[in-house]
Design a protein around this ligand. Structure first.
Ligand code: A3P
Length: 334
C-alpha cells in the first residue's frame, strides 16, 4: 500500500463544540437575525442553507466555506452525527498510515493508542475559530471529517478532485445514539423524554438535519460521481468489514499489495480500530478531546439494532414511515 499521509499536525486550538464563546461579532449578529429553536440537545439549532446547524458552529461553517481550499489528494470523511464516525475515522487513519506502523516496534507507538480518532482527524467546521483560519497549519495532504451537507461543502471541495467517503447509519440507531450522546453531554439540562426528541427528528430538526436530506445529497452525488463520493453503510461494514476496508483502500487510490492481503494487514487494522480495543484504551476511558469533550462519550455500545432496547415498535415505525416517504424514488432504502 502506498502511504499517503503521516500523522496530522494538530491545529493550535479549536472552537469549543457547542459553545458560543469565541464567536465573532459578525456571527453573533447573523445569529440574532435567524430564527433558532431550543432543541432536545445541548445547543440551539438554526435553520441555515436548508439544514439545521448548531448555532455555535455558524461561525465555523462560513469560515471553511470561504477559506478552505481543497487539494486533489485530500480526503474528507462525511457523516451525520452518531453514524459511527469514530470507527471510520480510526479505520481511515490506520489505513493511510499502515505502512508506517506495520513493524512490531512501530506498532507500539501507533497514534491511535494514545489519541482519540477525533483528535487525529478533526472536523473541518470545528477546527476553525477565527473568520480566516490558517489551514496551512495542517499537514498536507489533509485528512478531515465534516458533518456538513453536500450543498454546504466549500466550493473547492466540490470542484476539486478530492475524495469524499460518506458513512450512513440506520436512522433508528443513529437517533438513539444521538439521544444518548446529548443526554450525557449536557446532564444539567435534565433528561429530555425520548418521544419528544423523536418528534423533532421526524420533522427534520436534528444536528445537521433533516437526516434524510443529508443522506440523499451524498447518495445522489455518489451515483452521479462514484469516483468522487464513496457511499458506505455502517451495517454493511459491520457485516463484512474486510471487504469494505479493501474497498476504501481502492477508492482512496492506495490498494493493498498482494503481500499485505496475505499478511493480515487488514485484520490488524480492524483489530486496532475495534470497539473493544479503542474503548479500553486509557486515552478513551479518561482522556478529553482538544475540543473539551470526554473521549468516553464516543463509545457506548456500537451495535447494530440497539434501537429496539430504547424505542417501542411504534416509534420505530414512525421513523420508518418518514424515511419511506422522504427517500421514495431515490433508490435508497434505510
Ligand atoms: P452507539 O451510541 O449506538 O453505541 P459517532 O462516532 O458518529 O459519534 O457515533 C457514535 C457511535 O459509534 C456510538 O454508537 C458508539 O458506540 C459507536 N462507536 C464508536 N467507536 C466505535 C468502534 N470502534 N466500533 C464500532 N462502533 C463504535
Amino acid at each position: 500500500m502506498t502511504t499517503m499521509q503521516g500523522s496530522q499536525t494538530r491545529p493550535p486550538s479549536r472552537a469549543k463544540y457547542l459553545r458560543d464563546n469565541g464567536m465573532s461579532q459578525a456571527c453573533k449578529d447573523l445569529l440574532s437575525s435567524l430564527p433558532s429553536e431550543e432543541d432536545w440537545v445541548a445547543a440551539s439549532l438554526c435553520p441555515c442553507q436548508g439544514f439545521w446547524f448548531p448555532s455555535p458552529l455558524l461561525s465555523g461553517i462560513p469560515a471553511c466555506q470561504n477559506h478552505f481550499q481543497a487539494h486533489t489528494s485530500d480526503i474528507l470523511l462525511v457523516s451525520n452525527p452518531k453514524s459511527d464516525t469514530t470507527w471510520l475515522k480510526a479505520i481511515l487513519f490506520a489505513l493511510l498510515n499502515c505502512a508506517k506502523y506495520s513493524k512490531s516496534d512501530s506498532q507500539q507507538c501507533h497514534p491511535l493508542l494514545t489519541q482519540n480518532p477525533h483528535d487525529l482527524m478533526p472536523f473541518l467546521e470545528l477546527c476553525v475559530e477565527q473568520e480566516n483560519p490558517d489551514f496551512a497549519a495542517f499537514a498536507s495532504p489533509w485528512l478531515f471529517a465534516t458533518h456538513l451537507p453536500y450543498s454546504s461543502l466549500p466550493q473547492s471541495v466540490r470542484d476539486s478532485e478530492c475524495k469524499l467517503v460518506y458513512l450512513c447509519r440506520n436512522p433508528k440507531d443513529t437517533f438513539v445514539s444521538l439521544w444518548h450522546f446529548f443526554d450525557k453531554l449536557s446532564p444539567e439540562k435534565g433528561q429530555i423524554p425520548l418521544p419528544d426528541c423523536l418528534d423533532n427528528f421526524c420533522r427534520g430538526m436534528s444536528f445537521y438535519g433533516p437526516y434524510w436530506d443529508h443522506v440523499l445529497g451524498y447518495h445522489r452525488t455518489s451515483s452521479e460521481m462514484p469516483e468522487k463520493v464513496l457511499f458506505m453503510m455502517y451495517e454493511e461494514m459491520k457485516e463484512g468489514p474486510h471487504s469494505h476496508v479493501w474497498r476504501l483502500a481502492d477508492f482512496m487510490g492506495c490498494p493493498f499489495s498482494e503481500e499485505e492481503l496475505r499478511d493480515g494487514t487488514v485484520a490488524g487494522i480492524l483489530r486496532m480500530c475495534s470497539f473493544d480495543n479503542l474503548s479500553a484504551l486509557e486515552v478513551n476511558k479518561s482522556g478529553k478531546l482538544s475540543t473539551g469533550q470526554e473521549n468516553k462519550l464516543f463509545f457506548r455500545r456500537g451495535e447494530v439494532g440497539d434501537w429496539v432496547n430504547h424505542m417501542s415498535a411504534e416509534m420505530g415505525e414512525k421513523i420508518d414511515g418518514v424515511m419511506e416517504e422522504k427517500l421514495r424514488g431515490s433508490g435508497l432504502k434505510l
